[in-house]
Each structure stands twice: as C-alpha cells, then as structure tokens.
Write a protein that binds this ligand. Structure first.
Ligand code: ZN
Ligand code: ZN
Length: 269
C-alpha cells in the first residue's frame, strides 16, 4: 500500500484495517507497519486515515447487532493507532425498516454507539463521522443530523468527514464557485469547519439531490472540473485539510489520472 501510494504521488492515504466486507480481522504485522511508517515519513505522506468496514451499523435497532458494531468500531480505533493513523472514518448507519427518516431514536442510537466505543478506546485516534448520500435508509445525509450528533460528543475525540459525492447527491450543490461557497457555509453553520478532519474528493455520477451513492472520476461527473477547482481554491476550507480519492477503478491507470487531475486543478486556483 505504501509503495503504491508513493508511486502515485499521494500526500495522504486512506486504508481499511481489515476486509471491508466482513470476516475476522487478521493480525497486523509489526515489521510491515515499521516499513510503512518509514515510507510515509520519507515521502511526507500524512495523515494516514482508516475507514471502518462497510457492514457496521451503529444505528441498528437490534441491540446485539448494534453492540457488535460498537465492538468493531472500538477495535478499529485500536488498530488505527497501531498503524499510526490520525483518523478513523465511519458512516452513521441505517434506519431500521419502518422507521421515520431521521428518527430521533435512530440518531440517539448512533450517539450512544459512539459513546460506548469511546468508553472502550481511550487513545489519540479521532473518529470522523462521514456525511452520506442518503441512499436507501442511510442516516446522516443532512448536515444538521451530523451536527446534532457531534454536539453531544467530545470535540477532541470526534469530528467530521465531508464526502463531496455524498453531499452533492444529498442536495448540497458543489458544481460552481458560488455553490461550493454556499454548501461550505451550510457545513460551517450546522457542523463547524473546525470539526472537519478530512474531505473525500469524489465526483458524482448521480444528479444533485439524487440520493445516489455513485462515485465518478474527478471532472467526469456532475460536480465537474469547475466544482473541484472551487473546492480546492475555497478560502473556507483549512489549507492543510487532507483530500482522499475514493474514485472508481475501471482501469489500472485510473488512480494515477485522478491524483494528477486534482494536483493540476490545485495549481490552477
Ligand atoms: Zn467517502
Ligand atoms: Zn460513497
């Protein structure tokens, strides 16, 4: 992973600490970790970000399932620390069948789950709550909801991750300079830019407000080149905020092209 990141010219990296689709996590090899850290230092790749596996549901109404998710969240916090990561990104989870959109109970379950994980893990790795596209029963596509959850959690231990594709699909326009400005002001109002740790830089296959979680190559989706130029150039975003690509890999050259695309747009702002 570190070798690939170096070849691609990455300045920051996001990884899974285990298979994202399930199964037991394998032990982390200390020699691998040493070598990785060394490479990261040598190429000033920082920070390392870990993403929790996809199957977690911190909002589950089924207590057993919810607690199993809490356990993995806490475990992944520990694994992130061992890997030398600064952040662990998680989604909020899904409503149970029949639950009202943005049900207060479901939101309260998410808050409780995170509090429970923080009671188990006391290290320095910070949890970042990622906004979702609001596809299906996903919770957390409105900034208000993420903001409300963060209100009741310690600021030094939990922050936010902004995914551009998800925000756009959820109805927050990012396709022009004015739109980016307005969306970031919304983010600042309900969540706070001081709580923002990471931006997931993904273009969107789906239209504005489509609630479709379908990532697209930078510049080829509905956010487009103008949108990403505006995001990279926005004075509202802290200048050193790490940007992570989660763009599709349709061909082996895709990652290289997307990294180069963002870097060239950054030079144009
Ligand atoms: Zn994302
Ligand atoms: Zn997504």
């Amino acid at each position: 992973m570190a070798q690939r990141a170096e070849r691609l010219g990455c300045e920051t990296v996001q990884v899974f600490s285990r298979s994202p689709r399930g199964g037991k996590a394998s032990a982390l090899d200390p020699r691998d970790i040493e070598k990785t850290k060394e490479m990261f230092d040598r190429h000033s790749m920082w920070p390392l970000v870990v993403h929790v596996p996809y199957f977690l549901n911190l909002a589950s109404a089924d207590r057993e399932k919810r607690l199993a998710s809490v356990e993995i969240l806490a475990e992944d916090l520990g694994r992130s620390e061992v890997l030398g990561a600064k952040y662990l990104v998680t989604h909020l989870g899904h409503l149970s069948p029949g639950e009202e959109p943005e049900s207060i109970e479901a939101i309260a379950r998410v808050t409780k789950s995170i509090q429970e994980a923080l009671e188990v893990y006391h290290g320095p790795v910070k949890i970042l709550l990622e906004n979702t596209a609001g596809q299906g029963r996903e919770i957390g596509w409105r900034f208000e909801v993420i903001g409300a959850i963060l209100e009741s959690l310690p600021v030094d231990r939990v922050g936010a991750c902004l995914d551009t594709c998800h925000a756009f699909a959820a109805g927050y326009d990012l396709a022009s300079a004015d739109a980016v400005e307005a969306t970031l002001r919304e983010f600042a109002r309900y969540i706070g830019l001081d709580k923002l740790g990471v931006v997931h830089m993904n273009d969107s296959k789906g239209d504005l407000g489509s609630r479709l979680d379908r990532h697209e190559h930078i510049g080829q989706g509905k956010i487009g080149v103008e949108g990403f130029k505006a995001i990279l150039g926005s004075s509202l975003l802290p200048p050193d905020i790490p940007g992570i690509l989660e763009t599709p890999q349709d061909s082996p050259e895709d990652d290289d092209r997307n990294v180069k695309m963002l870097k060239s747009l950054r030079l144009q702002v």
